[in-house]
Design a protein around this ligand. Structure first.
Ligand code: SDX
Length: 415
């Protein structure tokens, strides 16, 4: 998805004038950088470790399934086999959408075709309508919240699939059941988008990408969901807010923009330019024009994002097995280009890739349409968001920071 940058910025705030603002100025950090915004038992991010409820991300990516991770995040502990079967059955049973949501998605075909709406917008509105169809919508109790979290987890991939069917002009796959009940969450998501049951490798790569995207502490969208939940508003309202926050290219929208950037580099240098100084020259122009390179940098990680290496390795391995071309280029060539861009970024700027960079190449070589990358991020992060909303409701206090006034000095209305 692409969001147009504001054309005129408000005038830059100046330093606070009054002494009363002095303490606030001392405590101020633009973008709340380094500020601790709350406590959580869901996730821990350290420079050298990413942990979901006690389990390290490499361990989860290698040994767990997305359904197991979803259970861990929502129910708070590793499931035993009986709990896992019960959880999977609950999710499969909730996959189908209320006709009101399906009708809305079908009615959005024109907006999607014109580009006035992108899939993240249609997903956001669909989640709002899901709220109207959920008998627990206004109930913020722990039990109701858990039921709603599972329904959202089950239904969001169906929304993503239906949107793709509408975009492609085909009948909705899984209108009655929300897909194929025998397929895993990841495989069913791919099936509903394409009508083709994915290979075991494709399903596993999607599964791992969902594990990696599931949770990341107080990132912008999760924090948004907690701010909304902190007013004692409901889960669907909080999730709609989270989708809005994730859409932006500085956050989840970066997985789409990272692939668009690679396509732009390829269009500029051609296949023969990959691996040559032509790519360095393209990057130098980007640096000279202070262009932000999508899929690079992170507010918290300074030595690299743990998830990026995992997804890069998996995506590259699968790409080596894929025949044919993707947007004109063989799958391994996209990864060769991506690795070259990473190397230049490290050498010239010392900036590491984040998880969105390998995601772009991986989903592209799985033939997933680019505007669906961020909605797929939602299909995973819904677990983290709803775990945080439940945590916020369970021990709530309104989230309300201060600001520093930079407007005009006081004056009389009738002067
Ligand atoms: C996600 O928070 C989370 O946990 C998020 C996430 C999650 O799982 O929820 O991990 C998912 O959102 C990943 C990030 C996706 N966004 C992008 O890939 C967009 C590109 N990245 C950047 O815009 C940036 O790195 C941010 C937004 C991710 C972080 O921004 P910060 O912390 O506010 O850093 P900054 O913009 O102030 O940059 C600091 C310096 C600047 O240089 P100087 O002006 O100091 O010389 O680093 C430079 C920046 O120009 N810089 C970049 C860059 N990222 C940082 N320069 C070029 N390209 C970049 N990508």
């Amino acid at each position: 998805m692409a969001t147009t940058a504001p054309t005129s910025a408000p005038s830059a705030p100046t330093a606070p004038a009054s002494n009363a603002s002095h303490d606030k100025a001392a405590a101020f950090a633009k973008g709340l950088e380094g500020v601790v915004g709350g406590m959580t038992a869901v996730c821990s991010i350290e420079q050298d470790k990413l942990i979901y409820r006690g389990y390290e991300i490499h361990d989860l990516a290698e040994h767990a399934t997305f359904e197991e991770v979803a259970f861990l995040l929502l129910e708070g502990h590793k499931p035993d086999s009986r709990e896992l079967e019960r959880f999977k059955a609950e999710i499969v049973a909730e996959r189908a959408l209320h006709p009101a949501v399906t009708s809305f998605i079908e009615s959005s075909a024109g907006w999607l075709a014109s580009g006035r709406a992108v899939p993240m917008d249609v997903l956001r509105t669909s989640v709002s309508i899901l709220g109207h169809t959920d008998e627990d919508c206004q109930d913020n109790s722990g039990a109701a919240n858990l039921r709603k979290a599972k329904r959202l987890l089950a239904k969001i991939p169906t929304i993503v699939g239906h949107m793709q069917n509408v975009i492609d002009g085909r009948a909705l796959i899984g209108r009655e059941l929300g897909g194929d009940p025998s397929l895993s969450h990841a495989a069913n998501l791919l099936y509903m988008m394409t009508g083709r049951r994915p290979s075991r490798d494709e399903a596993r790569v999607m599964d791992v990408s969902l594990i990696l995207y599931a949770e990341h502490e107080f990132n912008a969208s999760t924090f948004t969901t907690r701010v909304v939940a902190g007013t004692l508003s409901d889960m669907h309202s909080a999730v709609a807010g989270g989708i809005g926050a994730l859409k932006g290219p500085l956050h989840g929208g970066a997985n789409e923009m990272a692939m668009e950037m690679l396509k732009e580099i390829y269009a500029s240098v051609g296949e023969k330019g990959i691996g040559t100084p032509a790519v360095d020259a393209w990057m130098q122009t980007a640096f000279d024009t202070k262009r932000k390179l999508m899929g690079f940098g992170h507010r918290v990680y300074k030595n690299g994002d743990h998830r990026a290496g995992i997804l890069m390795g998996l995506g590259k391995k699968m790409a080596a097995t894929l025949p044919g071309t993707f947007g004109g280029l063989a799958a391994p060539k996209w990864f060769e280009l991506g690795e070259q861009v990473q190397k230049i970024m490290m050498a010239k700027k010392n900036i590491h890739p984040n998880v969105d960079f390998p995601c772009g190449m991986t989903y592209f070589t799985m033939k997933i349409p680019v505007p669906q990358y961020t909605p797929i991020f939602v299909a995973s992060r819904i677990t983290g968001w709803t775990a945080h909303i439940m945590e916020q409701h369970a021990d709530n206090r309104l989230i309300r920071p201060l600001s520093i006034y930079t407007g005009p000095a006081e004056k009389k209305w009738n002067s």
